[in-house]
Design a protein around this ligand. Sequence first.
Ligand SMILES: Cc1cc2nc3c(=O)[nH]c(=O)nc-3n(C[C@H](O)[C@H](O)[C@H](O)COP(=O)(O)OP(=O)(O)OC[C@H]3O[C@@H](n4cnc5c(N)ncnc54)[C@H](O)[C@@H]3O)c2cc1C
Length: 358
Amino acid sequence: MDLTRLDKVIEIKPGHVTVQAGARISRLDDAVRETGQELLMYPSTRQMATIGGFLAGGSGGIGSLRHGMLRDPGNVTYVKVVTVEPEPQVIELHGDEIQKVQHAYGTNGIVVEIGLALTQATDWVHTAALFDGYDKALEFATKAQSDGFDCYLLTAVERRFAPYYKKFGDLFPDDRDAIFAMVAPGEMERFQTEAERMGGRISFAMTKPEIGKAGLQPAYECGWNHTTLQALKVDKGWTYLQVAYPRPFDPKLVMRQMARYGDELFWHHELARMDGEIQIFALPLVRYRGKEETYELIRELEEVDGCTIFDPHVVTIEDGGMKEIDDTQIAFKKLADPYGLMNPGKTRGWSADMARAD
Ligand SMILES: Cc1cc2nc3c(=O)[nH]c(=O)nc-3n(C[C@H](O)[C@H](O)[C@H](O)COP(=O)(O)OP(=O)(O)OC[C@H]3O[C@@H](n4cnc5c(N)ncnc54)[C@H](O)[C@@H]3O)c2cc1C
């Protein structure tokens, strides 16, 4: 089902937007920017993805550094769902009820309208700070986060990714580890001073129009799963994992992992918030050696290191990010998709005998 013609921005108020689910995130964010506001977060696929796809299939991204994950309270305020039955019903969900459809991958109703919180717009500076050592880069980024630097994105990308970031050339050389960031203009001086104090240097700092003119990617396409995308364009031998670190984050664990896995894994970390607390994620590149090896790696990261893996190599919601069947989502499926027609096989919580018989 193609929803991209449901693309209207319905209403923009101070602190809130109501939008149809098929709207492209870039168009939506541009529209709210005209009112001096911006989205709390978007995926690195901002340019192409729809807001409905983000709600149903995403989890967070650029902006999660400040505002947490999509599912954190207050970020999504409202969802309108159309049921799949001979006489479709319209159901409106508010507040925490939106969890019934958030991240349900279109298994339980067609989302047609969404309400999102907004924040005041900032003309973010797209920048990178370079360090001689991934430990130093991580130390700087984690300090910038805990000191509350006014940033929208802090992404740590180690030097072995440099050949995949072709457009950046000497701006991301292969003998330096990078922190890609979106920094408030008024914070840039402190960002630079602190990076230099910690042994780094600023490689570039540009407005979004300047980034475009220079033929570079915006910083939000240098992080989250765009790191994997950049690598796969050059080398198809990679796959990846989604890793959540135990709290509080210990950068020394990353250094142990780098030493343990050598050239089998290349590392990249995202600094975010979740449930109101600092949460660090990694989306490492993993040299694909087969299924058994992949699951041995997952076991090690979970059991030895205490990380949580959101497995991107599985079909069902439960085997991937959510780990367990969400009974409220299944109960909502009985209402919104009573014949079990939507995204069949995507949830282990639904079996054929649950479908309405008439
Ligand atoms: C390179 C790359 C980078 C990414 N980066 C991020 C990231 O930073 N953060 C993140 O969270 N995700 C990320 N993703 C995952 C995904 O692309 C995004 O979450 C994106 O928002 C999906 O939007 P889409 O319009 O492409 O959705 P689609 O891929 O079309 O849909 C995603 C899922 O949602 C369902 N769906 C779509 N619209 C509706 C609707 N209106 N009602 C009900 N169900 C619906 C679909 O059936 C499907 O199951 C990334 C993916 C790639 C390939």
